[in-house]
Design a protein around this ligand. Structure first.
Ligand SMILES: Cc1cc2nc3c(=O)[nH]c(=O)nc-3n(C[C@H](O)[C@H](O)[C@H](O)COP(=O)(O)OP(=O)(O)OC[C@H]3O[C@@H](n4cnc5c(N)ncnc54)[C@H](O)[C@@H]3O)c2cc1C
Length: 253
């Protein structure tokens, strides 16, 4: 894509010396926007195909390495996570990332391993996390119902993005944060190379309240991070602070 002269906030006096368009306003796009907003010389704009920022799914866990990365990208993004992060409920399990237990057969319930780290398992409900990220992004930086269809990039000219509503905008830099079926990736790699490949793994997810989780799994495994291992399959209860819910995933991983 068009090369952009390297500038930093400390050497640039004029605001908006170049423009960055982020395609997609999921966790990736919003976090990136928050990181770039620190630099007054970058005009960062988000183009999202949906009519508002939205979320699919339930819990999202972020380990200590991911939390450190969030802090480095943007303290506001880390604060968004911290506000709703739900840790293990037992203080004795505070540093447990997961207890791996046998799910089936004679040894069912046996703990094979307890993985520990500096934060233990911490997860948030996606809606809560996204809501906090959205609050930190100025409204005028977000443009909705802008489904990117086509990119035109000629040397020496700004990049043109064409949207399905017939409108177009230009930017010096375009960053794809448009998910697994990314049109930006298709533009860069070609449609075939960008096509996602089914890995053979399937995840089934559901949300149940904590009382039901405790009844099904016992308090220790419902209230603390656990990975229930079976032959070719696993289940992972994931805590969320929403209505004392525990997200239960099961899948082939
Ligand atoms: C079952 C499951 C569990 C997971 N658990 C975890 C976990 O515990 N921890 C973790 O770190 N990760 C987890 N992940 C992975 C994580 O959810 C994803 O990596 C992350 O959500 C990707 O965010 P994103 O912003 O890149 O993309 P997305 O969230 O997919 O956002 C893409 C955005 O781009 C928009 N968009 C799409 N096409 C266009 C277009 N043409 N023009 C404009 N906008 C467009 C979409 O509307 C959407 O808002 C999990 C994934 C799954 C499936």
């Amino acid at each position: 894509m068009t090369s952009v002269p390297y500038t930093t906030a400390s050497v640039s006096s004029a605001p908006f010396s170049y423009s960055v368009a982020i395609v997609g306003g999921g966790i990736g796009g919003l976090t990136l926007a928050l990181g770039l907003l620190k630099y007054p010389h970058i005009d960062v704009q988000i183009y999202e195909s949906a009519s508002s920022f939205g979320w699919i799914g339930a819990g999202v866990a972020i380990g200590p390495n991911g939390q450190r990365a969030l802090e480095l990208i943007s303290p506001a993004a880390k604060a968004a996570f911290d506000k709703h992060a739900t840790p293990n409920m037992w203080s004795s399990k505070a540093k447990n990332f997961a207890a791996y237990i046998v799910g089936k057969g004679e040894r069912a319930g046996e703990v094979i391993m307890e993985a520990k780290n500096e934060t233990g398992m911490q997860s948030v409900h996606r809606a809560d996390f996204l809501d906090e990220l959205v609050k930190a992004v100025p409204a005028e930086r977000a443009h909705f119902k802008k489904c990117l269809q086509k990119i035109e990039d000629k040397d020496g000219s700004p990049i043109v993005m064409r949207f399905s509503d017939g409108t177009s905008v230009t930017a010096d830099v375009v960053i794809g944060a448009d998910g697994i079926h990314s049109n930006v990736r298709k533009y860069l790699l070609g449609t075939e190379a960008a096509r996602p490949v089914f890995s053979g793994y399937v995840a089934y997810r559901g949300i149940i309240n904590m009382d039901a989780a405790v009844e099904a799994l016992g308090a220790e495994h419902a209230q603390n991070s656990t990975l229930i291992c079976g032959p070719g399959k696993g289940a992972k209860p994931q805590l969320s602070n929403r209505s004392s819910a525990a997200d239960i995933y099961s899948g082939q991983d």
